[in-house]
Design a protein around this ligand. Structure first.
Ligand SMILES: [Zn+2]
Length: 588
C-alpha cells in the first residue's frame, strides 16, 4: 500500500522566534529536521547557567533542571539532598509541596532522578497555567530549598532509641534513604554492579555508591549536606532544558525573576574527570553476603572494560553496535558461549553496555559459578572475542544489527515518558559533561557514518580490538558468596551503636528523644495547602488538541480500494504503518 506523505515544512512557520531576553544570550540554533524541532542553546550572562530550549510545535511542554552532582564518597549526599530538597522551600514552606502538587495539578509527568553524576527535576504539562505553577514550585525547591534539619533526620539518617522515649533501650539508625539503600544493597546484582563499577573506576566519582552505602550514610553530617547543596544546586552548575510551544523568552523571564537574578557566578567548576587508565588488566576477588548459608554455585564471574565517552555519538554508536553484535540473542557469538558453557549456570545479569556514565563500560559474565573457574572463564571470553575478530560476521548480520540499532535509537515513544523528556534524557549526558547536546539527539550523520564503516572488510575485528582486546583497562571480578559476611556486618553495626551510646551525654540523650517526638508530631500536623498554586476550571481550554488525519484512497495489489489515513508528526525519520484487516473467516 502506498501512501504519499506531504512535506512537513509548513509547520516550521508556527514555531516561536528565539528569545531576546537581556539576561540571556543565544549561543546556537540548530534545526533537526527528522524531529521537526529547533534546538536553541542559551547562556545566562551573569551565572553562565546553560539553557537548551527545544523549540517544537507541541503542546506538552516539558521542563527540567539538572545539576551536576559528583559525590566524592558513598554517604549518598546527592540522593539524600534530592529527598530533602523536595521537603519545602522559601516560598512554599509546607512539608511536602511536591507530592501535594501531584493532586493539584494537571501534570503529565512529575519526578526527580538521582543518577551517578547528575540530579534532575523534570515535569511536563499540557496546560499553560499548570506549567507555570509547577515551574514556580520546582525553581523554588531547587534553588531555595529550606533544608530543615528535621527533614535531614527524617529523609537521611538519625539515631533513635528502639523504644523512642526510653534511653535504656538500644540505639538504632533510622532514615528513609538509609532504609532504602539497605534494601537496595541486599540484592546481589546491585552489589555486583557496584563492585565491578568501583574497580573499573578506581579514582573518580563512579568509584562511590552515589545512592549511598548504609555504613557510610550515617557518617554524613547536616553541615556537609548544606555545603553540597550550596556548591551543587547553583545556576552555574545547572543545565536548564525546556521543550514545547511555549516561547523561550517566557521561560527566560521566569528563570530570571524567580531564581537566577539572586545568584552570581560560582567560581568552582564541577566536572567529572576522565578515569585514570590501567596499563594492564586486573583480577579482583570480593565476597558478598548470603543469607541462607548455601554458597554452592553462587559465584558471579564478570569481566568489564572501560570504553570511550558516552558523550561522543560516534563512539556511543560503535559501542552499542558491538554490544548488539556480541550479545543480542542466543545466536550472537558471545551470548552463545555464555549460555552453553558449563562453567556457570547462565549469563550474568550484568551482560551489556553501560552508557549512562561519562565513560562507557562493556561487561559480560556468568552467574551460578565457582571461584576457582575464573581463569577458565576469562580465557573463554577472550578466545571467543579473538575468534570473532578473526573470522568476522556475515554482512547480513551487520546490516540487521545496524537496522535494529537505528530503530532503537530513533524510536520515540514507549517508556511512558513525555516525548520532549525522552529527547532531553537522550542528550542529557552531553549537556552535563559539556559535550554536545545536539549531536546526541541528531542521529542522522553518525548513523550514515556507521553504515559506511560496516561495508569495510574487517570492521568487526577492528572494533573488537579497539574497544576490548587491545584495551588494558579490563577488570575480571570473582564475586563469591561469604556466609559470615552478614553476621560480621551486623556485629560491627551493633558495636558502633554501643560505642556511640556509651559516649552520650545527658543532653545528647535528651536531644535524641526530643527529635523523635518532634518528628512524630510533625507527621500528624495538618499542612496548609493553600500556599500552593492550583489550576481552576477557567484555566482549562474547552477544546482538546486532536491530530487531524488526511484521508487517502489507495488500492491494494489486486486493485481493490482501501481507505487510508495519514497522521503527520516528527517521528525521527521513521514511518509507522498499521494495516487493519477484518478476520471474517476466523472462528474462535
Ligand atoms: Zn530515594
Amino acid at each position: 500500500v502506498n501512501v504519499n506523505t506531504r512535506s512537513h515544512n509548513d509547520s516550521n512557520q508556527r514555531r516561536n522566534t528565539p528569545s531576546k531576553h537581556p539576561a540571556f544570550e543565544l549561543i546556537s540554533e540548530t534545526a533537526i529536521d527528522s524531529l521537526k524541532v529547533v534546538v536553541e542553546q542559551y547562556r545566562h550572562l551573569k551565572t553562565e547557567a546553560v539553557h537548551y530550549h527545544i523549540n517544537a510545535d507541541h503542546d506538552e511542554n516539558v521542563f527540567m533542571v539538572a545539576l551536576r552532582t559528583v559525590p566524592g564518597d558513598s554517604t549518598g549526599v546527592a540522593h539524600i539532598l534530592e529527598h530533602t530538597a523536595l521537603c519545602g522551600s522559601e516560598k512554599y514552606p509546607v512539608r511536602d509541596p511536591f507530592f501535594m502538587m501531584i493532586r493539584r495539578s494537571l501534570n503529565t509527568f512529575m519526578n526527580a532522578f538521582t543518577s551517578s553524576d547528575w540530579t534532575a527535576y523534570p515535569f511536563a504539562s499540557q496546560n499553560k497555567k499548570d506549567f507555570d505553577n509547577l515551574l514556580h514550585i520546582y525553581l523554588d525547591a531547587v534553588f531555595f530549598s529550606r533544608l530543615d534539619p528535621l527533614d535531614f533526620a527524617q529523609e537521611g539518617h538519625r539515631l533513635e532509641f528502639a523504644d523512642k522515649a526510653n534511653p535504656d533501650s538500644d540505639l538504632e539508625f533510622k532514615g528513609v534513604v538509609y532504609n532504602e539503600m539497605k534494601g537496595a544493597m541486599s540484592s546481589p546484582t546491585s552489589l555486583l554492579w557496584q563492585a565491578l563499577t568501583s574497580y573499573l573506576n578506581p579514582t573518580n566519582t563512579y568509584h562511590y555508591n552515589s545512592g549511598g552505602d548504609p555504613e557510610h550514610i550515617v557518617d554524613l553530617t547536616y553541615e556537609q549536606l548544606k555545603h553540597f547543596y550550596k556548591t551543587h544546586y547553583h545556576p552555574t552548575n545547572a543545565v536548564f532544558m525546556t521543550f514545547g510551544d511555549l516561547p523561550a523568552e517566557q521561560h527566560h523571564e521566569r528563570f530570571e525573576s524567580l531564581a537566577l537574578k539572586r545568584f552570581n557566578k560560582l567560581d568552582e567548576l564541577i566536572e567529572v574527570a576522565d578515569e585514570k587508565r590501567y596499563y594492564a588488566p586486573i583480577q579482583v576477588t570480593q565476597g558478598y553476603p548470603v543469607e541462607d548459608g548455601v554458597t554452592e554455585a553462587k559465584t558471579h564471574l564478570v569481566v568489564g572494560w572501560l570504553l570511550g565517552h558516552s558523550t561522543n555519538l560516534e563512539e556511543l554508536l560503535e559501542a552499542s553496535f558491538l554490544n548488539s553484535l556480541l550479545l543480542d540473542h542466543s545466536a550472537s557469538p558471545l551470548r552463545k558461549v555464555l549460555e552453553q558453557t558449563d562453567l556457570g549456570r547462565s549469563p550474568s545479569p550484568l551482560c551489556g553496555l553501560e552508557d549512562s556514565n561519562k565513560e562507557m563500560a562493556f561487561m559480560c559474565g556468568l552467574e551460578g559459578s565457582e571461584p576457582e573457574k575464573t581463569s577458565e572463564f576469562e580465557a573463554l571470553v577472550l578466545e571467543t572475542l579473538e575468534q570473532v575478530a578473526q573470522t568476522g560476521l556475515p554482512q547480513s548480520t551487520l546490516e540487521s544489527v545496524l537496522h535494529q540499532l537505528e530503530l532503537a535509537q530513533r524510536e520515540i515513544g514507549g517508556d511512558g515518558y513525555p516525548y520532549g523528556m525522552q529527547l532531553m534524557l537522550a542528550g542529557l549526558s552531553g549537556a552535563i559533561h559539556c559535550g554536545s547536546f545536539v549531536n546526541l539527539i541528531d542521529l542522522d550523520p553518525a548513523i550514515a557514518m556507521l553504515r559506511e564503516k560496516i561495508q569495510k572488510p574487517g570492521f568487526v575485528g577492528e572494533l573488537i580490538h579497539k574497544y576490548l582486546l587491545n584495551n588494558p583497562h579490563r577488570v575480571t571480578l570473582t564475586f563469591y558468596p561469604d556466609e559470615h559476611f552478614s553476621k560480621r556486618r551486623a556485629e560491627q553495626e551493633k558495636k558502633r551503636l554501643a560505642v556511640i551510646k556509651s559516649a552520650l551525654s545527658e543532653s545528647q540523650t535528651k536531644t535524641i528523644i526530643l527529635q523523635a517526638q518532634a518528628l512524630e508530631k510533625r507527621q500528624s500536623q495538618h499542612e496548609d495547602e493553600s500556599v500552593l498554586p492550583k489550576v481552576g476550571l477557567e484555566d482549562i481550554k474547552p477544546d482538546v488538541f486532536v491530530l487531524h488525519p488526511q484521508r487517502h484512497s489507495v488500492k491494494d495489489s489486486e486493485g481493490k480500494a482501501l481507505e487510508g489515513w495519514t497522521y503527520e508528526q516528527g517521528t525521527n525519520g521513521l514511518v509507522y504503518q498499521q494495516l487493519i484487516a477484518p478476520l471474517a473467516g476466523v472462528n474462535l
